[in-house]
Design a protein around this ligand. Sequence first.
Ligand SMILES: *Cc1c(COP(=O)(O)O)cnc(C)c1O
Length: 365
Amino acid sequence: MMSKAIRVYNFSAGPSMLPLEVMELAANQLTNYNDCGMSVMEMSHRSAEFEEILHSAESNLREIMRIPENYKVLFLQGGATLQFSMVPMNLLRKSKKADYIVTGAWAKKAAEEAVKFGEIKVVASSEESNFTYIPEVKREDFTQDADYVHITLNNTIYGTRYPYIPDTGMIPLVGDLSSCILSDEVDVSKFGLIYAGAQKNIGPAGVVIVIIREDLIGFAPESTPIYLDYKIHAKNDSMYNTPPTFGIYMAGEVFKNIKKSGGIAAMEKLNREKAKKLYEYIDESSLYSCPVAKKDRSLMNVVFVTGDEVLDKKFTSEAKVAGLHNLGGHRSIGGMRASIYNAMPMEGVDMLIAFMKKFETENRK
Ligand SMILES: *Cc1c(COP(=O)(O)O)cnc(C)c1O
C-alpha cells in the first residue's frame, strides 16, 4: 500500500484531499468488503450490505449536520451543476419567480441556468468588484412572491463566504454548499434546500447530496424527466435507479470519520485555526496580499496574489517541487488559491506558510 511519506499536500479546489484514514480503510476493503467476498463496486445496490451502507451514510449525515426530521436527504448524480437545473425545475412552483444573489462564477451559472425555467431576478451581485465581497441583503430586497432565493454560501473560485445567512422571511432559501458543507456548523432549518457536490469536502466526484424540506417536494411539472424530479428520489430513498454506490460508501466513511473526530464543531475549530494562521501571515507579508474583504473571507479557499503574474507562476511551480501541489488560482482569475478543506491537516498549512516565507525572502522586490 502507498505509504504516508510519498503523499503530497494537495491544495486542489476539487476533487481534493480526502482523509488518509478513510482511503486506507477503503483500500483494505477494496476487493473484499466486510468478508462478503466482493467489492462495494461489485455488489448489487439492492443487497443487504449496500442498503446498510446507504442507511448508515444517511443517518450519520443527519446526526453530524443535525438535519431536522422534516427534511429528506438524497444521494444523486450530475454534480452541483445538475442542481442548477433541478432546483428551478422543481421549486418554481407558484409565481415561477426566483431571486439569485450572484457572488461568483458558480452563482452566476446557477442564475443563468434558472432563466430557462422562470422569471429570475439578480437581487444583488458583487461582480462589479470582481466578486471580492459578499453583498448585504435585507428581507425587503427580495421579490415578495418569489418561489425561492438562491445563494452560493462559499465561493470556491473567489475565496469568499457569507458571514451570515440571509433572512428571506417566508421565502425558501436554497444554498449551494458544495465547497463548505461539513466545514462549519450550519443551521439546516434556515434553508428550504441545500445541495453540495461531493468532491470538495465529502468524497470522490460522482455524488451530489440534496437536503430538501419535505413541503417543497412534489411540484415538478408533468413533463419533467423522471430523474430530475425530487419526488421520485425521495419516494425511493435515493434508489429509484442505481445510485453511485462506491461514492456513497466513501462519503459514508467520511461522515463516520467526522463523527469520530468530534463532529462538525471540531472540524470548524480546526478550520478556523488553519485559515486564521494563513490569512494572518498573508496580511503581514510584504509580498502577498489577499484581495477579499476581511469579513467575507472563506475558511476553505484562501486566495492570494503577489501582484506579479510571472512571480505567481514561479510560486506555484516551486511549491509543487516542495510537495505543495495545486496552488494555482482558478484558470479564470489566476494568482494562487490554497484550498484547505477538512482533510488538509494543520501541518499542510504550516508547510505552506514556511514555503511562502522562504519564497518571499528569495524574491523580495
Ligand atoms: C465545484 C462547484 C460547483 C460545480 O460542481 P460540479 O460537481 O462540477 O457540477 C458548483 N458550485 C460550487 C460552489 C462549487 O464549488
